[in-house]
Design a protein. Structure first.
Length: 287
């Protein structure tokens, strides 16, 4: 005896297959620029301009050798070291300062706490171009222009309201009994934060670390404004130098360096992807 499969029973698998095909197609469209960049990094300069196909006609692996040699006497490793130094400073500054500010807003009682928190959240809607000139004038008066300090120092002052809000939401999900138990044991606010709250902030701090690294690594405008000595340039400014030197554009080495610039961000994200999802999920961002 045979039983016929009803159309209704076949609909969910068909719908699922169509949905997966659509998602894969959208993913391929989104990844096409990255694929084109990788293939362009092994093309010659003339082929990049003439051959729009992602498949190179002739491989030019020497682009990576030229990219490693750097530009204008500055090696790739020096540019990489400068970018890594700035990104590390941004990570340390944001993790320390934003977690302290978040603990104060989430746990401590002080006059004007609600107003200060509202003002801090309001800065999320403030375009960075509004404060660009005042910040530059301040750092110029302090004699910091031309150094890494204008880029790294603000990170130690809890200027990233997004990270403060993220950690505040996470701390509010922790039971207050932990703080009360710490007070009974003789801990003050600082020891309570360092020994009780801080170890529990791992998901939120990992999220802060990942975004701090990606944003500072990919930053271009602030580095262009404050760094004057080519020896202090980062990878992003080094890419611009490939276009500016001798009035011509070395597209092949520039794209090769672009690929090398993307590799640390990709590896960093893949290494902490699980913790990133956990941090966003547990920090109350859904409202």
């Amino acid at each position: 005896m045979t039983t016929a499969t009803s159309p209704a029973a076949a609909t969910p698998p068909l719908r699922s297959a169509v949905w997966h095909i659509v998602c894969v197609a959208i993913g391929l469209v989104l990844l096409y620029p990255v694929l084109w960049l990788v293939t362009a990094s092994v093309k010659s300069g003339t082929e990049i301009l003439s051959n729009l196909s992602p498949v190179p006609k002739a491989f030019t692996p020497g682009n990576y050798t030229q990219a490693a040699e750097g530009v204008s006497g500055i090696t790739l490793w020096r540019l990489f070291g400068n970018s890594l130094l700035i990104s590390t400073g941004a990570i340390v500054g944001n993790v320390l300062s934003c977690s302290l500010a978040a603990y104060a807003f989430a746990r401590l009682r002080f006059r004007g706490r609600g107003l200060y928190f509202a003002v801090m959240i309001g800065t999320l809607m403030l375009p960075m171009h509004v404060v660009l000139i005042p910040q530059y004038i301040i750092f110029q008066k302090l004699g910091m222009v031309g150094t890494f300090l204008p880029i790294i120092l603000p990170k130690f002052l809890a200027t990233e309201a997004f990270f403060v809000f993220l950690i505040v939401q996470f701390i509010r999900s922790l039971p207050r009994e932990l703080d009360e138990a710490a007070v009974i044991d003789g801990c003050g606010p600082y020891r309570t934060f360092w020994y009780v709250i801080m170890p529990l902030l791992k998901p939120a701090l990992v999220t802060t670390t990942i975004f701090s690294f990606i944003w500072s690594w990919n930053d271009f405008l602030s580095q262009l404004m404050y760094l004057a000595d080519p020896r202090d340039y980062t990878l992003q400014l080094g890419l611009r130098m490939f276009v500016d030197q001798s009035g011509s554009a070395a597209f092949g080495p520039m794209f090769a360096m672009s690929v090398l610039t993307l590799v640390p961000v990709l590896l960093f994200f893949l290494a902490f992807q699980r913790l990133l999802v956990e941090g966003v999920h547990t920090s109350g961002l859904k409202g």
